[in-house]
Design a protein around this ligand. Structure first.
Ligand SMILES: C[S@@+](CC[C@H](N)C(=O)[O-])C[C@H]1O[C@@H](n2cnc3c(N)ncnc32)[C@H](O)[C@@H]1O
Ligand code: SF4
Length: 449
């Protein structure tokens, strides 16, 4: 059961820190020409890159979804999109040259709506244009309702090595409340099809904080998910942001659990996954022992970016498709979120960069501090400052913000070392936000639990 003081903290909102500065602080000062110049700066260098490709289509929109996507009942708009994505790949490769690529990630939306031959030709384009390592991880987010034995075989043939399946919750009543009918048998067959095809890296996405969830229903969902033996499971807190995603107005807010109940739901799911043999990774991931993500967490090599927690240490991230964000050496660049705006730019033969953020030396310093807190629930400020040749006194006021958490026994501040002592998944975003110089400048965030 949640303690009294913790129950106050879990009502707080804070960014999820998949970047720093966070996306609400990106602005129009970074445009297509800046991005063009940043990419040209990579040509001839030996940097390693991760690629993120955003496919903004689904057959229908789930009530709870906060992703940048829209409904497409037919394949035509998806095929037309793929043609533009190919042109965007060419634009990037023309500027940056044949970058070394160690990681490809297809997100969405529902990338498995790309017809298999179209998907395969895009992968061929990536391999022709970039130096894709033979051991590269090639991951894709899949809606299990559209996975068949044949589509799984085609994904494997195109080189996919890891698939993330959107599960959310297995309970019928919860599924009705969130507009996503998806019985356990559907997910079980998708998992079996992927394994039979040889796609052996599997993630399942679960969400707590959904309408009508109970301790019993979430325990059953977590047990069923664990029974599928995926090597990784994500447990996201439901982000209810109806001012940002109109489809969420279909969620009956009267059926949503309150903050203390959300905490208890998260704890129940966590305990169930830990009891099933998974290890906790960061604030919301679980992995089987020996999994590369679990090993990266143990060795202090875990990283956090727009895909969540990753083990890969690429120098730059290239985002392709509407709303995709890239991080280059100079800073962040985000594509136009509206598919029509993105398409107009690509048709005109230019980048679709709509906003971004050039990083200052202080941004880089704070970004590293925040990433360490989010990944390992601890940071040594002096050590980070040494890497950046910075003066640790810059953090004096930030450390003062942690005093009351330290007095309550949640955090230990020992000289320049900050460590979260308990309830790490609930507290990491709050502690990280103490080092965020932009916090409070107008943006609304989701609950920390
Ligand atoms: C792009 S979707 C997954 C792929 C596929 N479209 C599907 O739904 O099966 C990525 C994940 O984001 C998570 N997600 C979507 N909306 C969310 C929200 N409002 N709060 C928390 N997680 C959310 C879900 O767990 C979902 O599986
Ligand atoms: S959860 Fe997945 S399938 Fe549902 S609308 Fe979002 S991206 Fe599409």
């Amino acid at each position: 059961m949640i303690s009294l003081r913790l129950s106050e903290l879990v009502r707080r909102s804070a960014p999820r820190y998949t970047s720093y500065p966070t996306t609400p602080h990106f602005g129009a000062e970074v445009g297509p020409q800046d991005y063009d110049g940043w990419l040209r700066g990579l040509a001839g260098s030996n940097v390693s890159a991760s690629l993120y490709l955003h496919v903004p289509f689904c057959r229908s929109i789930c009530h709870y979804c906060a992703c940048a996507t829209k409904a497409a009942r037919r394949d035509e708009p998806i095929v037309a999109f793929a043609d533009r994505l190919r042109r965007e790949i060419e634009l990037v490769a023309d500027r940056a040259g044949p970058l070394r690529v160690g990681q490809i990630h297809w997100g969405g939306g529902t990338p498995n709506l790309l017809p298999p031959d179209v998907f395969d030709s895009l992968v061929t384009e990536l391999c022709d244009r970039f130096d894709v390592a033979s051991e590269a991880e090639h991951a894709i987010e899949l809606d299990p309702r559209w996975v068949t034995r044949d589509s799984a075989r085609r994904l494997k043939a195109s080189g996919v090595t890891r698939a993330s399946l959107g599960v959310q919750d297995f309970d019928d009543d919860v599924q009705r409340a969130i507009g996503r009918a998806q019985p356990f048998a559907v997910v079980r067959s998708a998992v079996a099809a992927l394994r039979a095809a040889g796609v052996s890296g599997l993630n399942l996405d679960l969400i707590y904080g959904l309408p009508r969830q109970t301790m019993r229903s979430i325990r059953d969902t977590a047990r069923l998910a664990a029974s599928l033996e995926a090597d990784r499971i994500s447990l996201f807190g439901y982000a209810h942001v109806p001012w940002f995603r109109a489809n969420q107005r279909l969620i009956d807010e009267g059926e949503l659990p309150d903050s203390p109940s959300r905490f208890d739901l998260a704890e129940t799911a966590r305990e169930t996954l830990l009891a099933a043999g998974y290890g906790a990774v960061g604030i919301d991931h679980f992995a089987k022992p020996g999994d590369p993500l679990a090993r990266a967490a143990q060795d202090g090599r875990l990283r956090r970016n727009f895909q969540g927690y990753v083990a890969d240490r690429a120098d730059v991230l290239i985002g392709l498709g509407p709303s995709a964000v890239g991080r280059l050496r100079e800073g962040y660049a985000q594509n136009a979120a509206d598919a029509a705006g993105w398409a107009r730019a690509i048709d005109a033969g230019r980048f679709a960069t709509a906003k971004g953020r050039a990083l200052t030396a202080e941004d880089r310093l704070r970004s590293d501090v925040i990433e360490e807190v989010m990944c390992g629930f601890a940071v040594d400020l002096d050590a980070v400052c040494r890497r950046h040749s910075a003066d640790p006194s810059i953090f004096a006021q930030d450390l003062a913000k942690l005093r009351s958490l330290a007095e309550q026994g949640f955090v230990r501040v020992d000289g320049s070392r900050v460590a979260i002592l308990r309830d790490g998944p609930a507290l990491a975003r709050i502690v990280a936000s103490a080092f965020d110089a932009y916090l409070g400048a107008g943006a609304r965030h989701s609950l920390v639990v």
